[in-house]
Design a protein around this ligand. Structure first.
Ligand code: BMA
Length: 339
């Protein structure tokens, strides 16, 4: 197997546990999962599907908080160790481009990505149907809404952490306004974070049973010496409903609509009580990673059963070896994705 290196910052203090002795699989769970339990705030019943990153001398995150009226909104959290989180009691108050207050009707599954010197929050909101909402901040005090990148219906948008060939690049998953029984991952480019085009197909659902219904973007792509490493979600429709697992693939570094490697096995699937049992059972839904380029360590943050947040660990070498061992890229995934 070839060597692979993470390209990015050092993060020596990121959460970590060694792989349990004798463990055969490439991804292992944090022993104290779930890290965020039920009723984390007076007005929030559940936090899940949330994104974190290093910030200042600690960590910051945007969290999907399911309020007691059933509406999801985005809450800010801070942490010294990226395990124990303190949340702002009120949801994030966005302002629009004119400085006027802006609050989406609902907002869920936020991702948080830094590009250049700006932090972008990307989520799913009502835009006359499920669509992508976006805001930017430089200080986590004011959050300015920016134009929605796509028409409805669309979910699971996630930015690449740097421009590619001069443009911002975003993955997303066109969908419908319900529980979408289809879906492939697409990519779009923008010179200015306002006008998006050059849409390309990246990868589709597959014949692998665990991702045979639909797939969708997960954590922000991680830059490596071998391409962009992505963790995404794959869904199967069973006689008892949808099951969400986590998959892994590697995209071309300069033309990321080309899939170079794609693991035919999931890397994590609901097995623990907090993944199998909850508001929506059998959901592992990745939204972020932390990684340390010195050691190759990666922590995956994922929503569990629409009820909790969990953390799982791997190293870039472990997951790369596993992807290559079970590599199966379809012709459609490998091509540029333009017809
Ligand atoms: C998807 C999204 C996720 C959720 C999942 C399982 O469509 O809405 O937020 O975790 O369904 O309910």
């Amino acid at each position: 197997m070839s060597n692979i290196k993470l390209i990015g910052p050092s993060m020596p203090d990121m959460p970590w546990q060694d792989k349990p002795a004798g463990y055969q699989l490439p991804v292992w769970r944090y022993s104290e999962n779930p890290i965020i339990k039920r009723n984390p705030l007076p007005n929030v019943a559940r936090i899940f599907n949330s994104a974190v990153m290093q910030y200042g001398d600690g960590y910051i995150g945007v969290f999907r908080g399911e309020q007691r009226d059933g509406m999801p909104h985005i809450y800010l959290g801070r942490s010294k160790d990226a395990i124990n989180w303190e949340f702002e009691p009120e949801k994030i108050n966005f302002t629009d481009e004119n400085g006027e207050p802006f609050m989406p009707v609902y907002a869920y599954d936020p991702r948080l990505v830094k590009v250049d010197d700006t932090y972008y929050i990307i989520w799913c909101q009502d835009g006359y149907g499920a669509s992508i909402g976006m805001a930017k901040t430089t200080d986590f005090k004011t959050f300015t809404r920016i134009e929605s990148p796509f028409l409805p219906y669309n979910r699971n948008a996630v930015l690449f952490p740097r421009r590619i060939n001069g443009n911002y690049v975003m993955l997303s998953r066109p969908c419908d306004n319900g529980h979408t029984a289809f879906g492939d991952i697409f990519l779009s480019e923008s010179p200015d974070m306002e006008f998006w085009g050059r849409h390309r197909h990246v990868m589709g659902k597959s014949d692998n049973w665990w991702e045979s219904l639909k797939i969708g973007g997960g954590a922000a792509p991680i830059e490596t010496s071998e391409g962009w490493l992505i963790f995404y979600h794959g869904v199967v429709n069973t006689c008892n409903g949808y099951v969400y697992s986590i998959g892994a693939a590697v995209l071309d570094i300069n033309e990321p609509s080309r899939v170079l490697h794609r693991c035919s096995n999931y890397i994590l699937t609901p097995e623990e009580w907090y993944e199998e049992r909850g508001f929506v059972p059998n959901v592992c839904f990745p939204c972020a990673t932390l990684s340390d380029s010195d050691t190759g360590r990666i922590a995956i943050y994922y929503g569990c059963a629409d009820s909790y947040v969990g953390v799982a660990f791997t190293t870039v070498q472990d997951v790369w070896d596993y992807i290559l061992k079970y590599d199966s890229v379809s012709l459609t995934d490998a091509e540029l994705g333009k017809r």
